[in-house]
Design a protein around this ligand. Structure first.
Ligand code: NI
Length: 260
């Protein structure tokens, strides 16, 4: 049984097809899905899904590419939403220096602000970081170390950067790219992460793993990601999946909701 630690089920690419998507996930052995928000309305939808399905939990937050959507009361409304019982994390938040012409100062401000809210609410944070390793680490260091601080989602940094994040209390999560044929470096880095701090995710509907690369992604395919991680640790999916799942349960405190 696996937990997809990062999926956007509320995305317009997945939502119309949700019942089939969830059935395939359950058939594939996915026992839990963290549905991650990226602005206010996607966060509201994530919470709605989490309240509807017992194996879905929500994260709320504003993604660095969605800062134009911010209204004066957005953070207050998200903080209110985050108090609902099925919200288990704040995110995704962070820095993205890849797309368009990013306003770095504005992204850093939004990142700091949301890290502060998450800390005040004692929620782990789901961190998005693309081509912004130095600034991301500086802001995480400012916020200081914390138990179950959060997760570096779809990790793309170096082993050295991963060590710094681990020291601050973050878990390291890998998505479809760890399966890509040309991603030898990502696999080398993944193999250096302590197994008890590793998570798997799909980032659905994006980043479909091999052999589905380029297609719409969905949580059932977290199996391909977990299988790749297992092989990097010289294990089988059968022995490694429970370890990955235990990590997600610990980080998001899911044992509150789960019996066994
Ligand atoms: Ni995402």
């Amino acid at each position: 049984m696996l937990i997809d630690s990062h999926a956007h089920l509320q995305d317009p690419d997945l939502l119309p097809d949700l019942e089939d998507v969830l059935r395939r996930a359950q058939d594939a052995g996915v026992e839990g899905i963290i549905c991650v928000g990226y602005d206010l309305s996607s966060s509201q939808l994530a919470v709605k899904l989490a309240e509807e399905y017992p194996f879905i939990w929500a994260a709320v937050g504003v993604h660095p590419e969605n800062l134009d959507s911010l209204a004066p009361d957005t953070y207050d409304r998200l903080a209110e939403l985050a108090k609902r019982p099925r919200v288990v994390a704040w995110g995704e938040v962070g820095l993205d220096y890849v797309h368009g012409d990013p306003d770095r100062a504005r992204q850093k401000e939004a990142f700091r602000r949301q890290l502060g809210i998450a800390q005040a609410l004692n929620l782990p944070v789901i961190i998005h970081n693309r081509e912004a390793h130095g600034d991301t680490l500086a802001i995480l260091e400012e916020a200081g170390p914390r138990q179950q601080a959060g997760v570096m989602h779809c990790f793309s940094g170096s082993a050295e950067f991963a060590r710094e994040c681990l020291a601050l209390g973050y878990y390291i999560s890998f998505a479809g790219p760890v399966t890509f044929k040309n991603a030898r470096r990502v696999r080398e880095v993944a193999a250096t992460i302590p197994a008890e701090r590793l998570l798997c995710e799909t980032d659905s509907p994006y980043l479909s793993p091999e052999p589905y690369r380029g297609q719409r992604n969905e949580p059932a395919r977290v199996v391909e990601v977990a299988t790749q991680l297992a092989s990097l640790f010289g294990e089988t999916l059968e022995t490694f999946a429970p370890r990955l799942t235990a990590n997600a349960r610990r980080l998001f405190d899911l044992d509150r909701f789960l019996q066994d």
